[in-house]
Design a binder for this molecule. Structure first.
Ligand code: PHE
Length: 460
């Protein structure tokens, strides 16, 4: 039934395999690794969460990653178009539609947090984080001030739009190549500093010595959701990026590299945050969206020679974090933009501007949810702040639903044979085909159904 895509419009493509892997890794590596992962791990028991997270990445994330790349390259379309091309006259395109909507929603709050990183570039550069500085008060000075929060949110959205308007090769590809390796190097240095802090040892055991008695269904759900968010799965980002991959490239190893890079960076971020958190005597269970900003900056004044070590390190770190966030936000906007271009016939420029503006507006309550407006910040009448709420609904649950439907589609509707043929289209062997078939047909759907089932039960 599969329709060949050769009749479609000419499509932009990545310059090389390395460029594609880096761009996809750029989408995956972002705030989810350095902000989301440590925050979620802290709130969900630490090491036990880490173990479940790693299993989720390996057994559910990696196979779904490959499935999405296959759908994208086969169809050469955006998520909605991909399902329409492969299975015309069916309702499966709704899965892509959910993905596009999810992309818009995630972008709306993602840009708020990324906006804080922009503000922090300035703050670190001007030496605000000297020894004894009240890092919580400094954080609230940005996040709880409505004008600051909205301004940085808007600025970050503008930059994202600017990159997406430029397109795949000149916009996305050029930057990721240099900056991702640099971010990695800085993270390693920060981790070395963190693990040698006094009191850091108890942070390390919180992070690395699992206590499985703390595991509840909620912890499993958080780990699986976090894995999808971090790997940019479940909403079609990898379908979209896969659609720009040419047929002579190997999808299997690409999926492996992207998954591996992303997981390594998240793990490193934990190595930085947990020792620092315990060194500073903070309670990991009490940490909200601001945790990473508050905790990391308290490390800066300990980097010799004071104050320059901290200034150079801190500025470099937030600059790279902002860039990592940008390569992710670009992929979010790109998903929705490619839908607007392919399905609605808008120009790339129109689509990027309209959708970016919409995401800005939708993000306003999230921007005001960290102290600026009290009922958004503490939940109404009680509960999580609005940003955490958006993260849970769109950044976790919706991705789990999306991934479940994508794996069902590839495994049982379109079929693993056709999918395998697409992997082999570059003329090489599909080495882990048997393993992948087993995971995508049985393990992924059952595990994801289980996760959703616990979620539904928790609601009642
Ligand atoms: N993976 C990105 C991050 O970790 C966020 C993201 C999620 C990007 C979903 C695209 C799609 O920051």
């Amino acid at each position: 039934m599969a329709m060949d895509s050769s009749g479609g419009p000419p499509r932009e493509a990545w310059g090389s395999k390395a460029a594609f892997v880096l761009a996809a890794a750029g989408s995956a590596i972002g705030l989810g690794n350095i902000w989301g992962f440590p925050t979620t791990a802290a709130n969900n028991g630490g090491a036990a969460f880490l173990v479940i997270y790693l299993c989720a990445v390996l057994f559910i994330g990696a196979p779904v990653m490959l499935a999405e790349l296959i759908l994208g390259r086969k169809s050469q379309r955006n998520p909605v178009g991909a399902f329409k091309a492969i299975m015309p006259d069916s309702s499966w395109w709704l899965v892509g539609g959910l993905g596009v909507l999810t992309g818009l929603m995630i972008l709306s709050f993602y840009s708020v947090i990324a906006g804080w990183t922009l503000a922090y570039i300035l703050k670190t550069a001007t030496g605000v984080f000297e020894a004894g500085a009240d890092t919580t008060a400094i954080f609230l000075g940005v996040a709880a001030n409505p004008w600051q929060a909205l301004m940085w949110h808007g600025l970050f959205m503008l930059i994202t739009i600017g990159v997406v308007v430029k397109g795949v090769k000149d916009g996305i590809e050029r930057w990721t190549k240099v900056l991702m390796p640099l971010l990695f190097a800085l993270l390693v240095l920060l981790a070395l500093r963190a693990v040698t802090l006094s009191g850091g040892g108890s942070g390390l055991s919180f992070y690395l010595q699992p206590d499985f008695s703390v595991v509840t269904p909620g912890v499993v759900l958080a780990a699986v959701g976090q894995a999808f968010f971090s790997l940019s799965l479940g909403m079609g980002a990898m379908i979209t990026y896969g659609s720009y991959v040419s047929r002579d490239q190997n999808l299997e190893t690409s999926a492996g590299w992207v998954t591996g890079f992303d997981t390594m960076i998240a793990f490193l971020a934990g190595l930085i945050i947990f020792p620092t958190l315990f060194h500073a005597g903070l309670d990991p269970n009490q940490s909200g969206p601001g945790m990473v900003f508050v905790v990391l900056t308290s490390l800066l004044s300990t980097i010799p020679p004071a104050p320059y070590g901290g200034i150079i390190f801190g500025t470099g770190f937030f600059l790279l974090l902002a860039i990592a966030a940008l390569t992710s936000s670009v992929s979010l906007l790109e998903v929705v933009t490619s839908w607007g271009v392919d399905e609605k016939g808008w120009t790339r420029k129109q689509a990027a501007w309209m959708i970016g503006a919409a995401a800005f507006v939708v993000g306003v309550p999230s921007a005001l949810a960290n102290g600026a407006v009290s009922w958004l910040s503490s939940g109404w009448p009680q509960g999580p702040d609005f940003l955490s709420f958006m993260f849970a609904v769109w950044g976790q649950y919706s991705l789990v639903v999306g991934a479940l439907l994508i794996s069902l589609f590839v495994a049982w509707v379109w079929g693993v044979q056709a999918a395998g043929d697409e992997v082999r289209a570059d003329g090489t062997r599909f080495r882990f085909e048997a393993v992948w078939r087993f995971l995508i047909r049985y393990v992924c759907p059952l595990a994801l159904l289980g996760v959703l089932w616990t979620l539904v039960q928790a609601l009642f």
